[in-house]
Design a protein around this ligand. Structure first.
Ligand SMILES: [Co+2]
Length: 460
């Protein structure tokens, strides 16, 4: 899901962002939390391999030389990045229905792509104090929201579900069928269990000029067309820890360049993120990359625009919009990223105006986290609120999920809860008709010792 907001301006400040370059490593990198091996056999060489893994490492050098390199200008440093290990013990079925606790019998799920911190935070890679912090976090029960294992389980489910979706969504399918493909896979792989694990928010399937927050409502007969640009934005949670990750699908080559722009922009946001980074600086870096692209349409070059009133966001347990904003254009109000934060880094590109507005019938809703107690007169509203509390809590839901929970006739009560400020509505967000929009999104954790891109896969 995405944070839609008013554009707030802030005076541009002069300091630049960290220069980090992606480098894929063959081996898994600082697994500093004393976890049991997850079957990938990457634990032998860990711990002291963090120095000299940047490009400087290539020309060798002993201890003394490493010391010298430390004094180099920080902007020259390239951060080491580890690859996502993906070696489940058991094969997944097609369609995906094998629960992940069965695929990973030791209940340790693959660690995401880890990036070293740079500059003033470079000490974290080897800091005993930071490692001790992570050890403590990992000593919590493995299904506890604060243990990284919970979100890694959700992330692995996300990778496996989307692998199937990317291979099997085809023009001619209804949007409802596509939503079920995502949701049936999610429920099976995460072994849906009340508020302990399940769907994190409604499956976004926004088409073309619609950038976000469309999922079919009950009775929707829309059929996917070969010309559509489809944003698949879905979330999975364990213990309220939500993986929020999205990609864009096309079935014709026309908008390939738009997708490339947005993927590049999102990876820029992921690279620039870090402890003590101001998110307005990330927004500026994202826009610069995004708007360096053009799409050729009927012989005419159309500039890719960043959608300025959408942004990434922090994520709290059971709360998809955690309060901090990650703008995707320059000159906006930013927040400071801090140790322990979880962020959804998402960017949107458009061939239209680069701005969205509320558009069409609402499908996405969520109970307000800070909802005040309001007396409800309608019996049906009281009942619906109880259903929302027991099935979703503060997790976003859609009208199809209410129907699935046995609430076929919910519209009057739902509108009442929205008007009372107990439930927030998230209507579809669209740019101008005729344009195309694309989205890519990852969830990252600012761990004490490194930045972990939990949702990274070999697809995006
Ligand atoms: Co999001």
């Amino acid at each position: 899901m995405v944070e839609a907001g008013v554009v707030e301006l802030e005076a541009a400040n002069g300091h630049g962002t960290e220069q980090v370059k992606l480098k894929t490593m063959a081996a898994e990198h600082p697994a500093a939390e004393g976890e049991a091996p997850n079957g990938n056999g990457h634990h032998a060489e860990e711990d002291d391999d963090s120095e000299g893994e940047g490009e400087e490492g290539a020309n060798g050098g002993g201890e003394a030389e490493k010391k010298k390199k430390k004094k180099k200008k920080p902007k020259k440093k390239k951060a080491a990045v580890s690859k996502v290990p993906q070696a489940p013990a058991l094969a997944q079925s097609e369609p995906p229905r094998v629960g992940l606790t069965k695929m990973f019998p030791n209940q340790q799920f693959p660690i995401g792509e880890c990036h070293e911190y740079l500059n003033a935070n470079a000490f974290r890679t080897t800091s005993e104090e930071m490692r001790a912090k992570e050890k403590e976090i990992m000593s919590e029960p493995s299904t506890h929201a604060f243990n990284y294992n919970a979100i890694r389980r959700a992330a692995e489910a996300h990778r496996q579900v989307r692998q199937y979706v990317r291979a099997n969504v085809k023009p001619g399918m209804t949007m409802t069928e596509i939503a079920h493909m995502v949701e049936d896979g999610t429920r099976a792989l995460i072994e849906e269990n009340g508020m302990e694990s399940g769907i994190g928010f409604p499956t976004g399937l926004s088409l073309d000029h619609c950038a976000a927050h469309y999922t079919p409502n009950p009775g929707d007969k829309t059929v996917l067309q070969a010309s559509n640009v489809l944003k698949v934005d879905f979330g999975i949670h364990v213990a309220g820890r939500i993986v929020d990750s999205a990609f864009t699908m096309t079935f014709e080559p026309t908008y390939n360049r738009l997708l490339e722009a947005v993927k590049d922009a999102t990876n820029t946001g992921v690279r620039e993120a870090g402890i003590d980074v101001r998110t307005n600086d990330i927004g500026a870096a994202i826009q610069e990359v995004m708007e360096s692209y053009e799409v050729e349409l009927k012989g005419k070059m159309i500039p890719v625009k960043t959608i300025r009133n959408l942004s990434g966001h922090s994520i709290n347990p059971y709360q998809i919009h955690g309060g901090k904003n990650v703008p995707i254009v320059r000159g906006q109000r930013g927040d400071k990223m801090e140790e322990g934060d979880y962020f959804a880094i998402e960017t949107f590109g458009s061939t239209g105006r680069g701005e969205v507005f509320d558009d069409g019938a609402c499908s996405h809703f969520a109970k307000q986290v800070d909802a005040r107690h309001v007396p409800l007169r309608l019996q049906s509203s009281k009942h619906l609120l109880n259903v929302i509390n027991s099935h979703f809590g503060t997790l976003p839901f859609c009208r199809r999920y209410l129907e699935r929970a046995g609430e076929a006739h919910h519209l009057l009560a739902l509108n009442d809860l929205v008007s009372k400020g107990i439930v927030q509505d998230y209507p579809p967000l669209s740019d101008i008709k005729g344009c195309m929009t694309a989205q890519f999104e990852h969830t990252i954790i600012l761990r004490p010792t490194c930045k972990e891109v939990v949702s990274r896969g070999d697809d995006y």
